[in-house]
Structure formats: structure tokens, C-alpha cells
Design a protein around this ligand. Sequence first.
Ligand code: NAP
Length: 255
Amino acid sequence: MGEESTHRKVALVTGANKGIGRGVAEQLAALGMTVVIGARDPLRGEEAAAAVRAAGGDAHAVTLDVTDRATVQEAARQVEERFGRLDVLINNAGITGSGRVSPEDARDQVPSSVDLDMVRAVFDTNVLGVIAVTNAMLPLLRRSPAPRVVNVSSHAASLTLTSDPDGPFAALLPSAAYAPSKTALTALTVQYAKELRKDGILVNAVAPGFVATDSNNHTGFLTAAQGATVVVRLATLGADGPTAGFFGEEGPLPW
Ligand code: NAP
């Protein structure tokens, strides 16, 4: 990582080498934060950090595979060594489990025929990875005067929206992997918020909307920058901001 920065807020974004995470990193940097780009591929992380710096931001790459405990611990060690604290954690890294397909086409996730190894892999990244990263970073977040944690969930996480046969998400195929992993993530968000409320750490889940990224073969109708805005809003909450919430660009979302 590059030069020490003691005055700017420090934000770590997981899976920030592309897609929504990269959009979030770019926007947080534009707001004046020092952004740590978490990427499991160091080269792609460095490329993204260099692009943010070229646009005038302060960005540093760190190798971080959320399913690899050693890289998670090493990332925390590097953030501590360089910055001594963390102000914002964006748990963005995630996989659909179905490769580069849109949720509507994820036929391999239909509950009655789903492959258990795929379910395990999706939960490992989307749920257990968030616990691993959050717990590794919590000692650093506790040193911030205004710590914020944002978990990137999905509208597909909402039991209310997905169980409505006439609702806007009726077209989504039933899923035993991606959607339940994101439901678990919003549940986890509430539990972390419950534990950390007394410490002033605000923890919220967001649904970025259907964003054109590699995860859906760019079939989404929002840009990464548009999907990132709600994430950035929750990352920059004031002291009186919500915690244990679930938000989309349109406002609070039903569980
Ligand atoms: P994306 O372009 O595929 O980006 C996913 C990012 O996560 C990549 O940087 C990827 O790294 C990283 N990643 C995957 N597994 C990882 C791991 N084990 N450790 C560290 N990084 C890992 O997809 P995206 O659409 O931007 O997705 C970002 C988040 O938004 C995900 O949590 C996704 O579920 C959520 N989301 C997306 C949409 C949408 O419409 N796109 C909607 C709702 C929610 P590599 O480049 O190395 O693969």
C-alpha cells in the first residue's frame, strides 16, 4: 500500500476491482476518503486502485479473498499497519453461484434440483465471508469516531417481496442458493447491528437494484455508479442515522 493517510476517513470495500464495489470505491474516493480496494486477484486490485488514483482519489489495493482466512487476517494487519483504524467497511464481494447469468436464468438454483456444493460455495462467500471480514476488521472499526458497516444484499433477499406471487419479483426463478444467502446476510446485518448499537457502529444492508455487471452478463438496467449510490449513502450516515435497516434507492425495504 502507498503513503500513510491519517486525516481522511478510511474505507475498505471488498470485491472492489470491478462492478458495484468498484463504483462504490470510486464514489467514496471522490468524497475524499482513502479507499482500500479489496480484491482476490492482486493485479486486478492494483489496476482498480491505479484508476481511482488517476481520477484524483486516494486508493490502495489489498489482497483479500473473503473465503480465505489468511488473506482476511493479512488484509486487517495491513490496514492496521498503514492507517491504524477503519472508518467504513463495505461487504460487497459476492457470487451468484450460477456463473455469468441473470437471476431469472439461474435454473441451476431451483430448490428441488440444486447442487449442494454450489449452495455451500455461495453461502461461504456471501454469508460466512462477511462474518470473517467483519470480525477481522471490527477492532479497527472500533478505533473510528463514526464507524459504518454496509452489507451489499439484494431485493432477492426480501422474503416479503419474493413470496408475493403478483409482486415485481415474481419472474425470479426460485433459488436455494443466491436468494437465501442474501436473506441470511440481511438477517446477519440485524444481529451485528444489535450487538454493535451500544458502540455507535451503524450496520445496514442495502439492495443496489439490478445493475449491469459481470454477475448477470450485463443484463441489468442500472450502471455500477447508479447501483453504488445507495451503498455510499449508508456508508456516510450521520450519528443519528439508522442501524439494523435494509434499504434500496427507493427507501426502506421490507424484510
Ligand atoms: P461482479 O461484477 O461479479 O463483482 C463481484 C465482486 O466480488 C468481484 O470483485 C469479485 O472478484 C468479488 N468476489 C467474488 N468472490 C470473492 C471472494 N471470495 N473474495 C473476494 N472477492 C470476491 O458483481 P456485482 O454485481 O458488482 O456484485 C457486487 C455485489 O452486489 C454482490 O454482493 C452481489 O450479490 C450484489 N448485488 C448485485 C446485483 C446486480 O444486479 N448486479 C443486485 C443485487 C445485489 P473477482 O473479480 O475476482 O471475481
